[in-house]
Design a protein around this ligand. Structure first.
Ligand SMILES: CC(C)(COP(=O)(O)OP(=O)(O)OC[C@H]1O[C@@H](n2cnc3c(N)ncnc32)[C@H](O)[C@@H]1OP(=O)(O)O)[C@@H](O)C(=O)NCCC(=O)NCCS
Length: 397
């Protein structure tokens, strides 16, 4: 069988909820052996989070996919020792307890390094491991507000709106996976020191706010709420078609604007007058009005044909059903049907990104709590059946 990109990398995911476990899940998609360590008897809080169907989490099969679920309670001395035994045999620990919790339990990074000097530790917290807020609890939606993002989303005459799903958490998860991969490369390929990766829930989003940072710094401008990026491109917006669909058209580059001139048969009227973005941004109204009228005068299919032929990116605004039914999604296996015990079958997003030689795979859906106890504690750590039973009886695993 073809090797996977991360074969041989063992990750202990001792984290909960979304950001940090999702980072571990990305590594698992590409072949890392991810051991998901969960609180005995209760499991990751995510297992109980909605949406629920028949009382069961519909998101767990995807969030837990490709991971081996073991139970372990860090409150017990024997639990801590078992954790350190697992650390000894692992490359990476991904955790998201509040800053100081692992130290309070006596199993912080220093202790981990005593048993495995090469261990890489990725921390996800609300505010990071340093600074005055380092010890505060964090969840994605408030931290998104802290990042400056929520303030800008919505309409200027209405209150700000949060995104309808946990955007900051998933973005933080991406940075956590990225940081972990860099630390692995630095340790293994460059023979460097093992590192700690410090990810907060707000900085991933803030890192993307380049325009707003420069705008405030150089022009003193505080970007206000707007349903579209403002000041970047013209035309830009949500337009309504003749058959009452909303489409997005954005001319971010000058060549795309020229293509739009071709699609609208406006080349002679608009070029070279509006060839450069600065001239369009100085006088956006005539262009925006003309695009609004042109879109209204066409059905979406007509627009799609004209824009696609000319090289102008255009899309209607999809809901999840549209995504399910679109041939592009189907061709790229973006939605994968996975058999699972809880629901029979469940669909989940496919593997991203697409790697040519080691494309990753969904090998199994989120496991029942403690499904891999025998495999991990028995085979990996070599505990006897009697010892396993004793640990279960004491509720340590
Ligand atoms: C999510 C969060 C708010 C939860 O806070 P919290 O549960 O009050 O506090 P801690 O992070 O210190 O975690 C300690 C708790 O973890 C739980 N826990 C989870 N797995 C455990 C395990 N294997 N063994 C022991 N306790 C475990 C226990 O309930 C424990 O609380 P207790 O000691 O009072 O029994 C906090 O962990 C946090 O801010 N994390 C960082 C940001 C983050 O990732 N948030 C989620 C974004 S998706």
């Amino acid at each position: 069988m073809q090797k996977q990109a991360l074969e041989g990398v063992r990750v202990l995911d001792i984290a909960t909820v979304i950001a940090a476990p999702w980072a571990a899940g990305l590594l698992a998609d590409f072949g890392a052996e991810v051991i998901k360590v969960e609180m005995t008897g209760r499991g990751d809080a995510f297992r109980a989070m909605g949406p629920l169907k028949d009382g069961k989490s519909i998101r767990w099969p995807s969030m837990g996919r490709n991971k081996k679920s073991v139970t372990l309670d860090f409150h017990y001395e024997e639990g801590k020792q078992l954790f350190l035994d697992l650390v000894k045999k692992s490359d990476v620990v991904i955790e998201n307890f509040k800053t100081g919790t692992l130290e309070k339990w006596g199993i912080g990074v220093e202790k981990m390094r005593e048993v495995n000097p090469d261990i890489i530790v990725t921390h996800v917290t609300g505010y990071g491991q340093t600074g005055p807020y380092r010890k505060l609890a964090g969840l994605g939606t408030p931290l998104q507000a802290f990042s400056g993002y929520t303030y800008m989303q919505g309409y200027p005459d209405r209150p700000p709106v949060s995104p309808p799903f946990a955007l900051a958490d998933y973005v933080a998860g991406l940075y956590a996976a990225f940081g972990t991969m860099m630390a692995l490369y630095h340790r293994d390929a460059l023979k460097g020191k093992p590192q700690e990766i410090d990810v907060s829930l707000y900085e991933g989003i803030f890192r993307m706010e380049e325009a707003m940072v420069a705008e405030y710094d150089l022009m003193g401008k505080i970007r206000q709420r707007s349903p579209m990026p403002s000041g970047a491109s013209c035309p830009i917006g949500t337009f309504e078609t003749g058959d009452n669909k909303y489409v997005i058209i954005v001319c971010s580059t000058n060549p795309v604007f020229e293509h739009l001139c071709d699609a609208m048969e406006k080349r002679e009227e608009w070029l070279p007058k509006y060839a450069l973005a600065k001239d369009r941004l100085a006088d956006p109204k005539p262009i925006m009005d003309a695009v609004t009228a042109w879109v209204k005068d066409h059905t979406f299919d007509e627009l799609k044909e004209k824009c696609s032929k000319a090289g102008v990116p255009i899309s209607t605004i999809y809901n999840i059903k549209d995504c399910f039914e679109d041939p592009q999604y189907q061709a790229r296996h973006d939605i994968v049907d996975v058999p699972c015990e809880e629901f029979g079958h469940v669909k989940m997003p496919g593997i991203v990104p697409v790697l040519s030689e080691t494309p990753g795979s969904i090998r199994w859906p989120g496991q029942k709590l403690g499904s891999a106890n025998e495999e991990v504690y028995g085979k990996l750590l070599g505990l006897s059946e009697e010892k396993l039973q004793e640990l279960k009886d004491k509720k340590i695993i």
